[in-house]
Design a protein around this ligand. Structure first.
Ligand code: FAD
Length: 412
């Protein structure tokens, strides 16, 4: 069957679903195609940051409420940082004991979360969903028409605009936009679900362990509902290659041999094999549109270079892609020169934060400085509060680029 729609979205992860839902909100129909049949897993840390929750709220406040009310999502009230010298710093993002306190973030498996978004798409009359179809080939037939074919070369879709939200391994990001993997701006990540890890924080703090062996990346433990935890490591690919690290072996060795972690994992049981996937970082600007196409989410390389979070930016780029699809429809323009406005809109919104996160990633080249800030903050309530604000407020976070901040930490 041939599907004919002005707008076809390839990939129904958070980026693709958000694009379809924002388009639908503006009254614009779309076709949403995924190679998988949902619910499907996606290798991830499963952390839904405050930014992801804010984007969900922007899409539809009812979604935020449903997330908050679901037993599948564990509220996360803060973060626990473990510095390279093993000093532990717990930073609550909000005071949960305030009467109106709402958790800023959650941890929920992607198996559940992505299906939650997909269900919204399936229920919307303006969104036509096609599952189990891998769109591999693309041909531009005229100035305002593209066709998309499946693996067998059969034409499945005819559209004016293709929005590729098909993730870190998007072929079209390479073939059409020329986005080549760049190891300095790419992270290799692995994940394993465990049951029964000891010592998880009572307020669901996510744990980020900045251990020397994984810098400039980290080992994480993110608590999930039901006594499970998402455990993993992310490390920049150029460093993995340079040091010849086998991430899977290194993580299992850490869990088995590290004196502190060994105790916490003594009674824990892995629920699966360790699995890996790539994280294309947004630490450099790229061209993310062209004649009759836009890239969204991981396909556009928009992951935060310090935290490894990509869901919030996938949702945010989905909103902007929907806006630019609407503009293109109204103007009857599908050419690269017009759609380049989408690139500008993306970087206007996200670049300040992405650049700052790159600075923080660079800071991890100085583990002693990181350890020092954590050391001081454990003994200093004001500094702890400043760091808590930094994690939620971009303007306060700018201080981290200012050498005077470190001077104050050292001598203040
Ligand atoms: C180990 C690891 C840990 C991470 N931890 C976090 C975290 O804790 N918090 C966070 O915010 N982010 C995290 N991320 C990043 C996050 O997973 C991604 O940024 C996010 O999934 C991007 O969403 P997306 O919609 O762009 O792509 P995806 O979620 O990858 O979705 C792409 C979709 O496209 C489909 N698809 C692919 N090719 C085709 C095709 N040819 N035709 C049709 N469909 C296709 C796929 O089936 C998939 O459903 C992590 C990533 C990794 C690898």
């Amino acid at each position: 069957m041939l599907y004919q729609k002005d707008i076809c979205i390839v990939g129904a992860g958070p980026g693709g679903c958000a694009t379809a839902l924002f388009l639908a909100k503006a009254g614009i129909p779309s076709l949403l195609v995924d190679k998988a049949v949902f619910p499907r897993d996606k290798i991830c840390g499963d952390g839904l940051s405050g930014w992801s929750v804010a984007m969900l709220n922007r899409l539809n406040p009812a979604l935020k409420e449903q997330l908050a009310g679901s037993r599948e999502a564990l509220p996360s009230w803060g973060a626990r940082f473990v510095a390279p010298n093993r000093q532990v710093l717990d930073v609550p993002f909000v005071d949960r004991h305030q009467p109106d306190a709402r958790p800023p973030g959650y941890v929920a498996t992607r198996l559940w979360f992505d299906n939650f978004l997909m269900e919204q798409c399936k229920a919307h009359p303006l969104i036509e969903v096609l599952e189990g179809v891998e769109l591999e080939q693309w041909e531009r037939q005229s100035a305002d028409q593209v066709i998309l074919k499946d693996k067998a070369g059969q034409v499945i879709v005819q559209a004016r605009l293709a929005i590729f939200a098909n993730g870190a391994h998007s072929r079209q990001a390479k073939a059409l936009a020329g986005l080549q993997p760049d190891k300095k701006h790419y992270v290799a990540g692995i994940r394993c679900y465990y049951q029964g890890v000891e010592g998880l924080h009572a307020d669901g703090h996510i744990e980020l362990h900045f251990l020397k062996e994984f810098l400039p990346g980290y080992f994480w433990i993110f608590p999930l509902p039901g006594g499970r935890a998402n455990v993993g490591v992310g490390m920049r690919s150029d460093v993995v290659a340079k040091k010849g690290v086998n991430l899977r072996r290194a993580m299992l060795q850490l869990i088995a041999e590290d004196p502190q972690l060994r105790e916490r994992f003594r009674g824990a049981r892995p629920l699966e094999e360790v699995k890996g996937f790539g994280l294309p970082l947004g630490s450099k600007k790229r061209s993310i549109s062209g004649d009759c196409f836009l890239l969204v989410g991981d396909a556009a390389s928009l992951i935060d270079p310090f935290t490894g979070e990509g869901i919030g930016n996938a949702l945010a780029s989905g909103e902007l892609a929907a806006q630019w699809a609407q503009k293109a429809l109204e103007a009857g323009r599908w050419d690269a020169a017009f759609l380049r406005g989408y690139d500008a809109a993306i970087y206007n919104r996200l670049w300040k934060e992405l650049r700052l996160s790159k600075t923080l990633q660079d800071l991890l080249n100085y583990p002693w400085l990181f350890s020092l800030v954590v050391n001081k903050a454990t003994a200093n309530e004001t500094l702890r509060q400043t760091i808590s604000c930094m994690l939620t407020d971009l303007d306060v976070r700018q201080q981290l680029k200012d050498p005077r901040f470190y001077f104050k930490v050292l001598f203040g």
